[in-house]
Structure formats: structure tokens, C-alpha cells
Design a protein around this ligand. Structure first.
Ligand code: ATP
Ligand code: MG
Length: 419
């Protein structure tokens, strides 16, 4: 991609009132644009990152048997009235049409997926069933001051599972938990797993996946010796208490952001929508359901909160919009010709490259923009390097530079085991 042609370039400042690191950097670097509080447009650069995150999630959901589908975001009020959520869910956006019909904007999709599965589920032999989607959710959040960590419209992967019995559900629940941890690991994040009561379904256990960051909105207590972790909101313990699990460590309090959670929904929705099957003994069974959410846009924001410095973003390679950022510094014909050659060679090898080919931009500005945008490897072709047909290479998170020949460069970036 040629930067001169890219829609959505760097900005000198971000909108007034935008206080978070994630939104400030993402806006200034040209990844997102703020429409209003809690609502962001994803520009070409930002969409590349989001799609990479989604694909990591997609791969792991498919690996545990998930089948991807796509549900509407506009829902008939009746579905929400049936479960009682029309009255009880305070974040639900409600809409009236010009003909007086009521609708909801999807804040989650249990109310849609359950009747859908009812239409297609013919036999107990079709269970278990795991379906998921990656879609926008709408929530009338009171506070929307955390940049893309809390949107009124935001991206989520939501999976729903249907099981014949509790044992089968619990097996899958554990598998989903492991798949979640793999997702976060691939996004270079360490997620702690909290055990929490499932809110409205209070007897049930839910797990929340928390990443430590001061930009988060949750307080957690975690053990420094084992993996015990709990949300302060529901905890009977306080900081300094001996860990109730390992009894060796003490609990430490920290700020965190919830990047996902899994809920045991029991038979709430299958009963509400009268979704049942007959088991092999001819008994009528209401399947047990689980739901599994990951905030895709929040995940992107948390990655920025964790990986940045005073100059800009430092993307982990797995989610970076491009692998390399090629900069041309200098005005000579030789420099431009060689840069073009390097760019074309990288593209030909299938290496994702952003080429800063702006003719009138100063070297200082190009370097500053490269740091702000945060692509993992910076390549520079300049008057200094071109005589020896070399390219200067530097990692975004290091200061050390080295000079390489084009052939070495191509080999390095084409190799999957990139160090
Ligand atoms: P929170 O406590 O942060 O409001 P939640 O308990 O309402 O989250 P769920 O309804 O289970 O979360 O949604 C699943 C996931 O979607 C969350 O774990 C989080 O990563 C993400 N998420 C929830 N609300 C938002 C939001 N307003 N903006 C961005 N991501 C969100
Ligand atoms: Mg919420």
C-alpha cells in the first residue's frame, strides 16, 4: 500500500475530550475516527488490525467446532419481550418505526439465536451445537469515555452453545476457556481468568478474561503465586488477604479491562423460546446453553493500551496492519528508483508493506509518523544506504539499526520463523 494514496492519514491532534491513550493514538495515527462518544469509524488501517484480530478469534472458534453465521442487528421487540429483557436490560436501544412497530438494536443475540436454532434443530443427535458470529453490538452505555474500550456501537464475537446435558456443557465450557486463552496469547496479551457469578443467572458460574491495564474499568484481586483471580465487585476479600486457593500468596488489587467472558445460561432461553428435543429415551429435554463473548474492538484498544510508548503504537506482529513500513528519505533519483524496486519486490513476495512514498514530506515527519503508526519493522532507503544498494532496518521497539541487502531483507520477511 502506498501511503500517498492511503485514506486516513496521521493527524496532529485528536478531538477535544478524548482522554484515553487508545483513542488518542488510534485517531492521531489514522486507524479510527470519532463520530461521537462511543462511536468510531474504522479507517483502512484500523480495519486491517480489526480483521486480523477477528481472524485469530475465528480460527480458534472454528478449531473447537464453532460454525460461523451472521444475524441481524435490528430485532423485533417481541423477542426481547419474551425473555423479559425488554423491561430489564437498561442498555437496550429501543426504536419505534413510522408504522408504530417497536424494535431493539442487538445488544446481544440470545433472543435471536435461540428461536433460530429452534427452527432447525430436529433431533437430539444434532447436539451439541456451537454457532458464533462477529458483529456490531449496540448498547446505551452511560459512560463512554474509554475510547474504543467502551463503545455504544462496538464489535463482538459472540458464540452460543447448545447441549443435551450438564456434563457435555461443562466439557465444552472448559474447551472454550482454553480457546480464549489461545486468542489472547496470539494477541500478545496475558489474560487472567476471574470466576464471577453470572449476574441475572446468579447461581451459575461465569468466567471473565481480564487484562491488567489502568485504562480498564474493572478492579480485580489476583494472587501473585497462583492463577487465582476475582472481580472486586463481587469479592468478599480485600487486598492483602491470603489467597483462598493456594494459601501461599496474598491478593493484590489491580485495574483491568474485561476482554471476554463466558456464561452458563442454563435453560433460561431454551425454556423461554420453547426449544426442546426428545432424547433417546423419548424424554423431552430443554438444551443447556452457554454464551461466549469477546469484545473485538475492545481487544484492539487494550492492545494499544499495553503496547505503546511516548511516540506511538507498537503493534505485536500478529495484529499489525502491515509487517514492514518502508520509508524513502532523500530526493535523488537513485533513492526513489531503489525504493520503488524494494517496494515492488516486497509486494511480489507477498510481504505486507506500507510504503511512505510522500515526496514533499520531511524525513523528521516520516520518522515520527512511522513511530506513531507502529508497524513492527521500519525499512529506510536513503542517500546514505543507496550507494551500496542497502536498506536500513529497525524494529519499532528497538533503537538498534542495521543495514541489509534487498535479497536478505526479502528472505528475512518471507520466512515464517521471523525473529
Ligand atoms: P462490561 O462489564 O465491560 O460492560 P459486559 O459484562 O457487559 O462487559 P458482555 O455483555 O458479556 O460484557 O460482552 C462480551 C464482551 O464484549 C465483554 O467481555 C467485552 O470485552 C465486550 N464489551 C462489552 N461491552 C462493551 C462496550 N460497551 N464496548 C466495547 N466492548 C464491550
Ligand atoms: Mg456491560
Amino acid at each position: 500500500m502506498r501511503y500517498s494514496k492511503l485514506f486516513g492519514q496521521t493527524k496532529k491532534s485528536s478531538p477535544a475530550g478524548e482522554v484515553t491513550v487508545n483513542a488518542n493514538l488510534l485517531i492521531r495515527a489514522g486507524y479510527v475516527n470519532k463520530l461521537m462518544a462511543g462511536c468510531y469509524s474504522y479507517l483502512p488501517l484500523g480495519l486491517r488490525v480489526l480483521r486480523k484480530i477477528e481472524n485469530i478469534i475465528r480460527k480458534e472458534m472454528n478449531a473447537i467446532g464453532g460454525q460461523e453465521l451472521f444475524l441481524p442487528a435490528l430485532h423485533p421487540a417481541e423477542n426481547w419481550q419474551k425473555t423479559g429483557a425488554w423491561e430489564t436490560v437498561d442498555v437496550l436501544f429501543k426504536i419505534k418505526s413510522r408504522t408504530g412497530r417497536s424494535y431493539a438494536l442487538g445488544q446481544s443475540h440470545e433472543e435471536i439465536i435461540t428461536p433460530l436454532v429452534k427452527e432447525y434443530l430436529d433431533s437430539y443427535q444434532e447436539l451439541p451445537l456451537f454457532v458464533y458470529q462477529i458483529q456490531e453490538k449496540f448498547r446505551d452505555e452511560l459512560r463512554a469515555k474509554s475510547g474504543i474500550l467502551r463503545g455504544r456501537e462496538f464489535g463482538m464475537k459472540d458464540m452460543y452453545s447448545f447441549h443435551l446435558n450438564q456434563g457435555d456443557f461443562e466439557n465444552f465450557y472448559e474447551k472454550a476457556k482454553e480457546a480464549y486463552l489461545k486468542v489472547y496469547q496470539q494477541c500478545a496479551l496475558k489474560a487472567k481468568v476471574t470466576e464471577a457469578s453470572g449476574g441475572a443467572f446468579s447461581q451459575k458460574i461465569s468466567y471473565e478474561f481480564m487484562v491488567l491495564t489502568d485504562a480498564g474499568e474493572d478492579d480485580i484481586l489476583y494472587c501473585q503465586k497462583c492463577n487465582y483471580c476475582i472481580n472486586v465487585e463481587i469479592a468478599e476479600f480485600s487486598q492483602g488477604t491470603k489467597c483462598p486457593k493456594c494459601r501461599r500468596g496474598v491478593l493484590k488489587k489491580a485495574r483491568a479491562s474485561e476482554v471476554g467472558n463466558v456464561f452458563d445460561l442454563g435453560r433460561k432461553y431454551t425454556r423461554d423460546f420453547d426449544l426442546y428435543v426428545y432424547n433417546k429415551n423419548g424424554e423431552k429435554i430443554y438444551p443447556i446453553m452457554g454464551c461466549y463473548g469477546i469484545g473485538t474492538t475492545r481487544l484492539m484498544g487494550v492492545i494499544v493500551e499495553k503496547f505503546h510508548d511516548e511516540r506511538g503504537i507498537i503493534w505485536p506482529e500478529s495484529v499489525a496492519p502491515f509487517k514492514v513500513h518502508l520509508l524513502t528519505i532523500g530526493r535523488s533519483k537513485a533513492v526513489w528508483q531503489f525504493s520503488e524496486k524494494v517496494y515492488c519486490a516486497l509486494v511480489e513476495k507477498g510481504i505486507e508493506v506500507l510504503f511512505d512514498d510522500r515526496r514533499k514530506t520531511s524525513a523528521g515527519e516520516k520518522f515520527a509518523d512511522a513511530d506513531l503508526i507502529g508497524i513492527p519493522y521500519r525499512l529506510v532507503v536513503s542517500d546514505k544506504t543507496v550507494n551500496n544498494r542497502q536498506i536500513e532496518i529497525k524494529k519499532r521497539n528497538q533503537t538498534k539499526t542495521s543495514l541489509v541487502l534487498l535479497a536478505d531483507c526479502l528472505e528475512k520477511f518471507a520466512s515464517p520463523a521471523l525473529k
